[in-house]
Design a protein. Structure first.
Length: 116
């Protein structure tokens, strides 16, 4: 599975669970961390946790993918799942506004709004 295929699969899975404002950002020319960031929003702490846990579970079962690291799942305000070439950020509203990763990493050409 290529980085882009993994990114699109992650976006589809998040969309199927009603994540808000899903975007992906190509960062392969900007950092050695990964190729893509996926950024999505949840409507509550419970929703953020549920999105992250569901994503982790489905990627493991269907694609044998496990994150190298994950953080933030317990509090539910922000969660990050590191799949090596794709890093997924799931935010509550306040945290998304505060961190504003889209503005930080986009350059006008590399940010794509996911629409299923």
């Amino acid at each position: 599975m290529t980085s882009l295929e993994k990114t699109l699969e992650i976006c589809k899975l998040l969309s199927s669970k009603k994540a808000k404002g899903i975007v992906y950002i190509a960062v392969e020319n900007k950092t050695s961390l990964c190729d893509y960031f996926v950024v999505a929003g949840g409507t509550s702490k419970t929703h953020v946790k549920s999105l992250a846990e569901n994503l982790e579970e489905i990627l493991e079962k269907q694609h044998c993918l496990t994150p190298r690291r994950s953080d933030g799942l317990r509090e539910g305000r922000w969660a990050v799942l590191d799949y090596a070439d794709v890093i997924v950020h799931i935010f509550g509203d306040e945290e998304r506004d505060f961190y504003n990763l889209e503005r930080l990493w986009e350059d006008g050409e590399n940010l794509v709004k996911f629409e299923d």
